[in-house]
Structure formats: structure tokens, C-alpha cells
Design a protein around this ligand. Structure first.
Ligand code: 5RP
Length: 265
């Protein structure tokens, strides 16, 4: 691997081999997502605990201070919306030149495997990897499931992650599922976990992140379960303790409870 590629990867994956990406890209198809109406404000109290920020160029230019910013993973796919016909009909929406101009550490794109647009989105991944390799920019593939969250099982997600890695993604983002070791075990590049919609309990998030880490994931790209939580700082501190501090789910939850009570005093 060339120096530039290695250097960029080391900006987003820390020396312990783990990473905590904070995604705020949801607006690219959801519009002003709850608690993300003003992304710059949303991230203010929590960004210090993240290793990288995942966002679009629009939000980056409009809402993120370029001075002293965290490393950026730029979302470069889109072209659909919640009210449109099919969320999987994505293409590349940002040029590699603009990614270079923005000095990003990585670029990210969704693939919709098993959908009507499987071929199109996988072709986009191949093209993006070619461009990324040309300039030393790693690609994070996002294995998207659209509205069909029930697709989240090890067989399907394992298939998606492996295909994304075969096409050249340097990191793959997927969802946690039961038997997660089957997903990471069949994927030759690092796997990170998304959070998905807000869960019913806070402990659930710590439990699945802890389980995924034990089963070979290197970290998270987890948004709504942090910034839609009533106590986002306590939440991100708990997750940070699992990812970079070797805490168990129980210990992370205890830290979360302590932090949220501190705030209430
Ligand atoms: C949205 C994304 C998000 O980056 C990803 O789903 C992680 O966010 P969350 O934890 O809220 O699911 O790709 O399209």
C-alpha cells in the first residue's frame, strides 16, 4: 500500500486498530433528520470523542469548521430521497477532484446488494475504488439495506461485505447481527458497525457494539443512537470506552449512567 493511502487510513483508524466514526450524512436522502437539523450544533458536544466524521460535501462546507477538524470520510453517493421511488437507485454524486480539494481522509459510498440497482451501485464502487487508488484515498463501502431492515442476517450481510471488499473497499460498514463472526470472518478488510434506527434501550447499543467488537469488528460508524439519545455525550463516552478502552457492555452502561446523572445534577 502506498504512503498516502496508509497515511489516510491511519488518520481514521487509531493505533489500537480500532475506530469510532461519527456519521451525520443522513440528510442526503432523509432531509432534516430529527436532532440533525443543525449538524454543526449536533456534533459540538460529542465530536471530541470521535475519530472521524462521515458527512457530505454540502454539510462539510456549510457547517464544519475547517480549522482543527477531525478527519473526514466524505459521502460521495446519493441521488435518491425518502419520498422517491427507490432508495437503492444511487450513483456517485461528488467528483474525486472535490474530495481531494476538501482534503478528506476517505470516501464513502453505498452499495445495495440484492436490489434492482445492485449492478449500478457495485459498478460505482469499482469506479470509486479506481479513482481512490489513483490518488491514495481509501474507500469505505456502506452495505445499505434501504427500508428493509429485516435483511440484517449474517448470510446476507456477510455476502455484501465480502463483495464490497472484493471490489476494493478498504473498510466496509455494515450492521451488527447475530453470528457476526460469520460476517467479519468472510471479509478480508476491516468491518465497522452502523447503529441503525434508535433502539428501545441504551444498554442494547452497548451490548451489540461489545459483541461485534469481540467478533472481529474494528469499531463503529454509529450516528442516530448517539445524537438522537437524550444524553449524547454520556452515550458516546460509553461507546468510546468499549471501542478504545476495552470496557464491557455492562461497564460502558455504568459509565453512561454515571455521566448522564452528573449532567442532571
Ligand atoms: C446513512 C448511513 C449512516 O452513515 C449509517 O447508517 C450510520 O448511521 P446510523 O448509526 O444512524 O445508522 O450510511 O445512510
Amino acid at each position: 500500500m502506498d504512503w498516502g493511502m496508509k497515511n489516510r487510513l491511519s488518520q481514521i483508524i487509531k493505533p489500537d486498530g480500532h475506530c469510532m466514526f461519527l456519521p451525520i450524512d443522513h440528510g442526503y436522502f432523509q432531509g432534516p433528520t430529527s436532532k440533525l437539523e443543525k449538524p454543526g450544533e449536533t456534533i459540538k458536544p460529542i465530536i471530541d470523542y470521535a475519530d472521524a466524521l462521515f458527512c457530505t460535501r454540502g454539510v462539510l462546507r456549510a457547517a464544519i469548521n475547517p480549522q482543527g477538524s477531525k478527519p473526514i470520510i466524505l459521502r460521495v453517493s446519493g441521488g435518491t430521497s425518502m419520498v422517491g421511488k427507490d432508495l437503492s437507485n444511487e450513483c456517485i454524486t461528488t467528483s474525486i477532484e472535490d474530495a481531494i480539494r476538501l482534503n478528506v481522509s476517505a470516501i464513502g459510498l453505498s452499495v445495495f446488494i440484492g436490489s434492482d440497482y445492485e449492478h449500478q451501485t457495485l459498478k460505482s464502487l469499482g469506479k470509486l475504488v479506481d479513482e481512490g487508488e489513483r490518488y491514495g484515498i481509501p474507500v469505505m463501502a456502506v452495505t445499505a439495506v434501504g427500508r428493509e431492515m429485516e435483511k440484517r442476517d449474517a448470510r446476507y450481510l456477510g455476502l455484501c461485505c465480502r463483495i464490497a471488499a472484493e471490489l476494493g473497499a478498504k473498510v466496509v460498514k455494515t450492521y451488527w447481527c447475530e453470528n457476526f463472526e460469520k460476517v467479519t470472518g468472510g471479509c478480508p478488510v476491516p468491518v465497522v458497525m452502523a447503529g441503525g434506527p434508535k433502539t428501545n434501550s441504551d444498554l442494547e447499543v452497548f451490548e451489540f457494539v461489545y459483541d461485534g467488537m469481540q467478533k472481529g469488528s474494528i469499531g463503529v460508524n454509529l450516528g442516530r443512537n448517539i445524537w438522537q439519545n437524550e444524553h449524547p455525550v454520556a452515550m458516546i463516552k460509553g461507546l468510546h470506552a468499549i471501542i478504545h478502552g476495552k470496557a464491557t457492555a455492562k461497564e460502558a452502561n455504568e459509565l453512561f449512567v454515571t455521566e448522564k446523572n452528573k449532567k442532571q445534577k
